[in-house]
Design a protein around this ligand. Structure first.
Ligand code: NAP
Length: 328
């Protein structure tokens, strides 16, 4: 089969690979759709821990071709929760599974979804409806991560929420906040992404901190950072209302420092949370994708072949692109 491997940092290639064999606890799926995530670009640049020679792709869904001992009928559409916690380490035993020290993420530390077929642990499969659009299952993983962040931020009906970053994570966060009854502002520079955000429910848009504060001088009760750059993490508390909260989902390169004023956080008692991965949220995400309570079709900018994946990962996303989806 064809598959896209991260050979080493800075070297990703689509090459021939053996069709996966099934471990005793695995299922095998024929991959239908796999999203190119910012994390794939971080992995390519060596900004996120990786394992050499792994087939990338951690946002994917497919059709079960070998169900093993799972009891899932062959032919079922499933989404893969890539994070495979050990269940035995201290953090897992406390229920903090996303902090598992032995996590083996599919598509990062074991072969993933940029391939015609993928084997992964059966208990990490979540069933999707047969009539779902085949590309939509690829959004379960980013939605599951966004749900965890929004659970931490807990937007309330009537609150003001600023979402920073008009990529997939930000546009999912806008919809979750809106569904919670919040007033939502999307802060992102691209006017095309601002327009997309408005079509998905954002009440207001801004292209900068000043433009956000012009509209809400006191800031927002909740700020959700989904851009993953130094400037936006640093800016987040300054557009948060006194007594409010910040949730950072964005990933900055390891070692990167960001200017934060502790006195301001203290004196205005700003709670600053960080949200990592998708603890126990993947099934909820699958249900939300299945019942279309979150719109994902407008987030698909283009579909690409596996042969195109290396070039897409090695370069920044073109202006205006939200998600490129690989179809193996
Ligand atoms: P993305 O497509 O790169 O979107 C980020 C957006 O931020 C861009 O579209 C960009 O849009 C905007 N942006 C960049 N600089 C900005 C600035 N100075 N001011 C305002 N907006 C700015 O990424 P994504 O896939 O949505 O993911 C977002 C972040 O979450 C990434 O860092 C990703 O690695 C991370 N992530 C975290 C988790 C987790 O578990 N915590 C899970 C998945 C992803 P404009 O050009 O319009 O400004």
């Amino acid at each position: 089969m064809r598959a896209t491997r991260l050979i080493s940092t800075g070297n990703v290639q689509t090459i021939d690979a053996d069709t996966p064999t099934r471990g005793h606890a695995d299922i095998i799926v024929k991959v239908e759709a796999a999203g190119i995530c910012g994390t794939d670009r971080h992995l390519y640049k060596g900004e996120f821990p990786s394992v050499a020679n792994t087939i990338l792709g951690h946002e994917f869904s497919g059709i079960v071709t070998d169900a093993g001992n799972s009891g899932i009928p062959t032919g079922t559409r499933v989404t893969c929760d890539p994070n495979t916690w050990c269940g035995a380490c201290d953090q897992c035993r406390k229920g903090r599974v996303n902090l598992c020290v032995n996590n083996i993420p599919t598509g990062i530390a074991r072969d993933g979804g940029f391939a015609e077929y993928c084997a992964f642990p059966a208990h990490k499969a979540h069933v999707l409806p047969a009539n779902l659009h085949p590309l939509h299952g690829a959004f379960c993983e980013p939605l599951a991560c966004t749900l965890h962040g929004m659970d931490l931020g807990s937007p309330q009906a009537g609150e003001r929420v600023i979402v920073i970053g008009g990529g997939v994570i930000g546009l999912l966060a806008v919809q979750i906040a809106k569904n919670a009854g919040a007033h939502v502002m999307l802060l992102t520079r691209s006017t095309a992404k601002q327009a997309l955000g408005q079509s998905l429910g954002a009440d207001l848009v801004a292209g900068s901190k000043d433009a956000a504060l012009d509209q809400w001088p006191q800031g927002a009760e909740l700020v959700v950072e989904c851009a993953g750059v130094e400037a936006t993490v640093s800016m987040s508390p300054s557009i948060t209302q006194t007594g409010g909260r910040v949730v950072v989902l964005g990933v900055l390169p390891q070692g990167k420092q960001v200017a934060i004023e502790p006195f301001d956080l203290l004196f205005r008692e700003i709670q600053m949370h960080y949200s990592f991965l998708n603890p126990f949220t993947h099934e909820r995400a699958a249900q939300m994708i299945a019942n279309a309570s979150i719109e994902v079709a407008p987030l698909i900018t283009r579909t690409i072949s596996l042969e195109e994946v290396p070039d897409v990962i090695a370069n920044d996303a073109p202006a205006g692109e939200v998600r490129a989806i690989a179809i193996p």
